[in-house]
Ligand binder design. Structure first.
Ligand code: PLP
Length: 377
């Protein structure tokens, strides 16, 4: 393997999550085949984007779909789309004058849903207008924030974010009453598969998914689904057009790779996958139960608030272990294992991305670290 042998890069066991930082995800054979196929032909890229979009729309029960280079890029394109609509004259003005002249440039976002990806909207020239606070947002705050300058309401899906935030249905009802669209960033919100159509059904005008997370598509791919007019507007700003969002180019390999990934993903057995994860977590918890100074529990929902379990491993003060120190030690060990910090005194072990047998390696490595005498850390 070239990464290891030639470049000296360590391969990781990923018991953390589908993080770009860790290489995203692993593509199954049908996705790789589709990308290899795509790499062997010249095509008209407009034609390909449209045809792939039609298929993806049908597969996800949406009006329209567009392949972009990732969920963050999807946010940029969606922001452009909501500021200009599919009006080519307006898009021409944006090419000449930027977005400053546009009447609608504000994106309302709930405080409890703020996250590291929302600046993508600002990259498009949008302005984030925050409502509510960390604990809660009220419907009247949303109503008051929407006005003639509002381009869209930005909504981040996931049970791990803002427990006191307004629900999507409520947000959509208020936004639509004012004639304003709703963008849902659902980058990591699969499973369930049904989310590919549920967010739009609940009122999202555009919903965005990462291609390189649960879909197991190309790492540099993303999926925008939703209302035809807005999806079209996304495409009008994007490559292969030589327009503002040209830098977020999608290759034919990503387009066909993502299509294959969505087909593959929809054919998977969700119950079986849940079962596999449950078995691994149960095994971890059971083994760690016998280790003194350690409290292991099954946590559900798991990573990013999704309906999959993970193990939470907490260290008692007398062990001298900290979440961050254990994480670092796992990552620097042999084999290197990536895990997430859950709290100052705890870590998460996520079964999702483990290949057969790796769950035992994770356990062995953790046991070694936990078994070391206090002070060795
Ligand atoms: C991962 C993630 C993104 C970014 O997705 P990319 O496909 O890597 O661009 C955006 N928003 C949220 C909420 C995410 O979890």
């Amino acid at each position: 393997m070239r990464m290891r042998e030639d470049l000296g890069i360590r391969e990781l066991i990923n018991a953390d999550s589908m993080k770009t930082l860790l290489g995203g995800t692993l593509m199954p054979a049908p996705v790789l085949d589709a990308m290899r196929d795509a790499a062997g032909s010249f095509v008209d890229m407009f034609e390909l984007q449209e045809a792939v979009g039609h298929k993806l729309a049908a597969l996800t029960h949406n009006e329209a779909a567009h392949v972009c280079t990732g969920a963050s890029a999807g946010l940029v394109l969606s922001a452009f789309a909501c500021m200009t609509g599919p009006d080519i004259g307006e898009i021409g003005n944006v090419m000449r004058e930027g977005v400053e002249h546009l009447p609608r440039r504000e994106f309302v976002v709930q405080c409890g849903q703020r996250n590291p990806y929302d600046p993508s909207v600002e990259l498009a020239g949008g302005r984030l207008v925050q409502i509510g606070n960390v604990l809660q947002t009220f419907d009247w705050e949303l109503e008051a924030a929407i006005g003639p300058r509002t381009a869209a309401v930005l909504f981040f899906a996931g049970r791990h974010l803002g427990y006191g935030s307004l629900e999507l249905e409520q947000v959509a009802a208020i936004a639509h009453r004012a004639g304003v669209p709703v963008i849902v960033d659902a980058a990591a919100q699969l499973p369930p598969k049904a989310n590919l159509w549920e967010f739009t059904k609940k009122g999202a005008d555009l919903a965005i998914f990462s291609g390189g997370k649960e879909l197991r598509g190309p790492q540099a791919s993303g999926l925008i689904v939703g209302r035809a007019e807005l999806v079209k507007a996304c495409g009008l700003h994007a490559s292969p057009h030589q327009r503002r969002a040209r830098s977020m180019k999608v290759g034919k390999e990503e387009m066909l790779g993502l299509l294959a990934a969505v087909e593959y993903y929809l054919a998977q057995d969700e119950a079986e996958e849940l079962d596999r994860c449950e078995r691994i977590v149960a095994g971890w918890v059971q083994t760690l139960e016998g280790v003194s100074g350690v409290l292991a529990t099954r946590e559900f929902p798991g990573t990013d608030g999704r309906p999959l379990p993970r193990a939470r491993v907490q260290f008692e003060p007398n062990t001298g272990l900290h979440g961050a120190s254990v994480r670092d030690e796992m990552l620097l060990g042999h084999p290197a294992v990536a895990i997430a910090v859950a709290a100052p005194d705890a870590v998460y072990l996520n079964p999702e991305l483990l290949r057969p047998g790796e769950d035992l390696v994770v356990l062995e490595r953790l046991s070694e670290i936990v078994g070391q005498p206090v002070g060795a850390h």
